[in-house]
Design a protein around this ligand. Structure first.
Ligand SMILES: Cc1cc2nc3c(=O)[nH]c(=O)nc-3n(C[C@H](O)[C@H](O)[C@H](O)COP(=O)(O)OP(=O)(O)OC[C@H]3O[C@@H](n4cnc5c(N)ncnc54)[C@H](O)[C@@H]3O)c2cc1C
Length: 396
């Protein structure tokens, strides 16, 4: 029988309250320093761990809050309004926990791991990128080698967010040395079983706190840490839906904070000339249309996913072309909208948004959202969509 919960009564509402408090009191306070120094947002993540937020996706029967995708999206959007890098770290962690929670329950090892996630709140990172696969996450060059009850897995990753700060990493690779490039599995590698040699730097325009240089990974562990389902299924049914929806939510959070700053600025202008509506107010009204549209896109996707997940027909549909297109379209639309919205907020605020040392500064927001279209390249996604549209019979 499953052990009783060690965090009784934890609900989405209590986690959202905690995340709001952490966003305001912790993440916002350190966001500029995280960005300037390109350092890991350790204060935000420690506070999330302390509040038990890192186990939000763990099913209730294993002691977690059992949050669905819509709820997880709300948590990421809330945190990202204070610090985009913190929001991205939380999103990437939730994606990995979601993969284990949705594809590992048949394994006693992963059920125990999820219980421990509730108690110990480890932070999970991900290594899908690889030198030589050119940003194509659905192929691997490296392969997991099984030697009896143990595996060996070595990988040369181009980009590995916060791997040096994580307690474990979910790593894609070929099923074995004979497998085709697309015949992949997902392996949980614990930090204590891994050697990470940093191979590149992470001095980027934005998302600097994600600390995502290249790494050479050498690892080993028990074979039970290989998720039992093929990565093809995990990717279609969880990794891609969670990634594209949670990323869209956190990009929205960054854009919403930019519009919030523009709104404060416009109100200040209005107070200077009582009885008049400043011309920037119309611009503000216009940009809120785009911001609201963006929010509706990720919210409706998350809701549709939560309705489909767990039902036999829904899980089947998630592997189909129609869902893949919807998710890719969400990613492309929101990754393009986020920097556009920040740009429009900057036109409203003007020079005070352009200055790095003003309370209305928008530099970090701008730079952070520019990563969105590159984080799995929109060009690559668009070309996959083009191929899928050729064979999709019924337009959605
Ligand atoms: C903030 C951030 C955090 C990240 N964190 C991680 C992480 O934790 N783990 C991880 O594994 N990876 C991570 N990544 C890497 C990411 O997931 C992608 O692997 C990476 O951004 C792709 O890099 P690329 O542009 O070199 O690759 P590519 O996709 O190969 O793109 C290279 C160039 O080719 C173009 N291109 C590609 N395909 C086509 C096509 N079909 N048609 C036309 N042009 C095309 C692109 O537009 C681009 O100009 C992160 C990236 C970012 C920005």
């Amino acid at each position: 029988m499953d052990a009783p919960t060690r965090r009784p009564g934890q609900t989405f509402a209590s986690l959202l309250d905690a995340t709001r408090r952490i966003a305001t009191d912790v993440a916002a306070r350190h966001a500029a320093d995280v960005d300037t120094k390109a350092r890991f947002p350790s204060e935000s993540i420690a506070a999330l761990r302390e509040a038990g937020v890192l186990s939000a996706p763990v099913p209730r029967e294993l002691g977690g809050a059992g949050c669905g995708l819509r709820e997880l999206s709300q948590l990421c959007a809330t945190l990202a309004q204070a610090c985009g890098s913190s929001g991205m770290v939380l999103a990437m962690h939730f994606i990995q926990v979601g993969c284990i929670a949705r594809h590992g329950l048949a394994s006693s090892f992963f059920r125990d791991y999820l219980r421990r996630l509730v108690d110990e709140q480890p932070l999970l990172a991900s290594i899908t990128s690889e030198v030589g696969t050119f940003g194509e996450t659905r192929t691997s060059l490296c392969a997991v080698e099984r030697h009896g009850e143990r595996f060996v897995l070595n990988k040369d990753a181009t980009t590995g967010s916060y791997c040096a700060h994580a307690d474990a990493m979910a790593v894609t690779c070929r099923r074995d040395a004979e497998a085709a490039a697309g015949d992949q599995v997902l392996v949980l590698v614990r930090r204590e079983d891994a050697t990470l040699v940093q191979t590149t730097t992470w001095d980027t325009l934005g998302m600097r706190g994600t600390c995502s240089p290249g790494f050479r990974l050498e690892s080993s562990g028990p074979v039970e840490q290989i998720l039992p389902e093929p990565y093809a299924d995990i990717s279609a049914r969880t990794m891609v839906p969670y990634s594209h929806t949670l990323w869209a939510a956190l990009w929205w959070g960054i854009a919403a904070d930019a519009v919030g700053r523009a709104s404060t600025y416009v109100r200040g202008e209005a107070r200077k000339r009582p009885g008049t509506v400043p011309p920037t107010a119309t611009r503000l009204a216009e940009v809120t249309v785009q911001l609201q549209g963006m929010r509706q896109q990720w919210q409706s996707m998350a809701q549709a996913f939560d309705e489909a997940a767990g039902t036999p027909d829904g899980e089947q549909d998630l592997q189909g072309i129609a869902w893949a297109l919807r998710l890719n379209n969400l990613k492309i639309a929101c990754s393009e909208a986020a920097p556009q919205i920040v740009h429009r907020a900057l036109q409203i605020v003007g020079i005070l948004g352009y200055k790095n040392d003003s309370p209305y500064t928008l530099g970090r927001h701008y730079r952070d959202t520019l990563s969105a279209s590159l984080m799995v390249s929109n060009e690559r996604i668009a070309s996959k969509n083009a191929s899928m549209l050729l064979v999709l019979k019924d337009a959605q």
